[in-house]
Write a protein that binds this ligand. Structure first.
Ligand SMILES: Cc1cc2nc3c(=O)[nH]c(=O)nc-3n(C[C@H](O)[C@H](O)[C@H](O)COP(=O)(O)OP(=O)(O)OC[C@H]3O[C@@H](n4cnc5c(N)ncnc54)[C@H](O)[C@@H]3O)c2cc1C
Length: 408
């Protein structure tokens, strides 16, 4: 096992750090903050991202023929990690593109993947419905084949970024007689198709609106309604009825990376940076041995989060699959986020629990919103309960309760 990065990777990290220190000015940050979800930037931020692209730091590990750089996943990790620490999302190609690369026709790959890397095409993920989130086998949203088209009718919920997306990566039931995961299909639906209605759905940490610097801070989710939306049959990704497998295949390329673990670990850095500020209350707190003990403990856990991510990447680099290893990450990192944000609340005291709407809030409420966001992150993208079950079954080989003669 090799824990260190090699000389070339260290040099890449230094290059990225120097670029960020030199180029990411306060004016650019302001312009980025005025946009939303990494899109809709003003001219100054656009020029900055053009420079990032010119360095080959977007779509890093993606195939050259589809607009990527064809470099290693480790290069992508380093670039993502440095930009992530600076509060920016750069490196991969986001939702949708991995599945299109794995299951799309040549035409679909050329139509979507380069745009995803450039950021011109943004997919919102349309899986969850009011009656099903964890268990997508209950999907009711229907798409009926009519000639060369599909007609979609139904509702999705909690759809992050639908309000800024160009397309929806939509999971629908194409076979009305099917049960559970059979009979599901994936459609790549343009967001401006007639009959789509998008309504905001604010989740716990965004009500009142979270300040900048909050975990998932700028993300609003949405309810999305489909009233006989007609799309060409060429929107189908993979085979009709094979949507479950198509979606699973798409998870691999960008499934692990620096962005996910940083989401949970950046909170530790927030409290350390806050304690380092040279102001009287901070000086008193950082002298307290209990506080010093706690932040050291959080740092150690943060290192574990990073190493779990790197383990999955190493497995992938050797051509292996990392199902339960990724589940372990998805349990440990969000729960670390909860432990960290709770500890921060205890260190900073009651004012750190006030939300952005209160004038008394510490740092505009960022710590309180992060606490709520951390709890939320234990549910979305696969809840920690379900991840634990996957570890028990796929990692430890325990049978499913109630199956194969097991009693509960
Ligand atoms: C901020 C945010 C953004 C989101 N973005 C998107 C998005 O972009 N696209 C999208 O499609 N969805 C999105 N979701 C939805 C998310 O994927 C679901 O909330 C999640 O899958 C849980 O589903 P649910 O809300 O229906 O809860 P439920 O499925 O009802 O689960 C509630 C609780 O019960 C537990 N539970 C359920 N079944 C089991 C089981 N078999 N064993 C043990 N425990 C179980 C869960 O772990 C959870 O703790 C988002 C959610 C949030 C909060």
């Amino acid at each position: 096992m090799e824990f260190a990065f090699d000389a070339r990777e260290d040099s890449l990290r230094r290059e990225v750090q120097a670029f960020i220190a030199e180029e990411l000015t306060a004016a650019i940050r302001e312009d980025i903050d005025a946009g939303e979800l990494g899109v809709q930037f003003g001219p100054i931020a656009t020029a900055f991202f053009d420079k990032v692209r010119a360095r080959g730091w977007t779509g890093v590990s993606w195939p050259v023929e589809y607009g990527g750089q064809g470099r290693t996943a480790m290069d992508q990790f380093i670039i993502e990690e440095e930009f992530g620490r600076a509060g920016l999302r750069i490196g991969g190609a986001g939702t949708g593109a991995p599945a299109i690369l794995a299951s799309g026709t040549e035409e679909q790959k050329r139509a979507f993947v380069p745009g995803c890397i450039r950021g011109d095409i943004i997919f919102a993920q349309g899986y969850s419905e009011p009656g099903c989130g964890t268990d997508l086998a209950g999907i009711q949203c229907r798409a009926t084949r009519v000639g060369d088209t599909y007609v979609i009718r139904g509702q999705k919920t909690f759809m992050t970024s639908a309000h800024v997306a160009t397309h929806i990566f939509l999971m629908v039931r194409t076979d009305p007689a099917s049960r559970r995961h059979a009979g599901l299909s994936i459609l790549l639906v343009p967001i401006d198709a007639a009959g789509i209605t998008i309504r905001p759905l604010w989740t716990i940490q965004n009500d009142p609106v979270a300040p900048r610097g909050t975990t998932y801070g700028e993300n609003r989710t949405n309810e999305v309604f489909f009233d006989d939306v007609v799309v060409p049959a060429s929107c189908l990704l993979g085979e009709e009825g094979d949507g479950w497998n198509v979606a699973q295949r798409g998870l691999s390329i960008d499934r692990v990376g620096a962005r996910r673990y940083l989401m949970s670990v950046l909170r530790d850095e927030d409290i350390v940076n806050w304690l380092k500020k040279d102001e009287a209350p901070n000086r008193a707190l950082r002298a307290d041995p209990v506080v010093r003990d706690k932040v050291a403990e959080l740092w150690i856990e943060g290192q574990v989060c990073r190493l779990l991510t790197m383990r999955s990447m190493t497995i992938a680099r050797r051509g292996g699959d990392f199902v339960h290893e990724a589940s372990a990450e998805k349990v440990f990192a969000p729960e670390h986020g909860v432990r960290a944000t709770e500890a921060i609340g205890q260190i900073l005291g009651p004012h750190a629990q006030l939300l952005s709407s209160s004038p008394e809030a510490v740092e505009e409420g960022v710590f309180a919103h992060n606490l709520l966001g951390a709890f939320q992150s234990t549910i979305n993208h696969g809840s920690v309960q379900v991840m634990r079950d996957q570890i028990a079954r796929k990692g430890l080989g325990l049978p499913r309760p109630g199956k194969r003669g097991e009693t509960v």
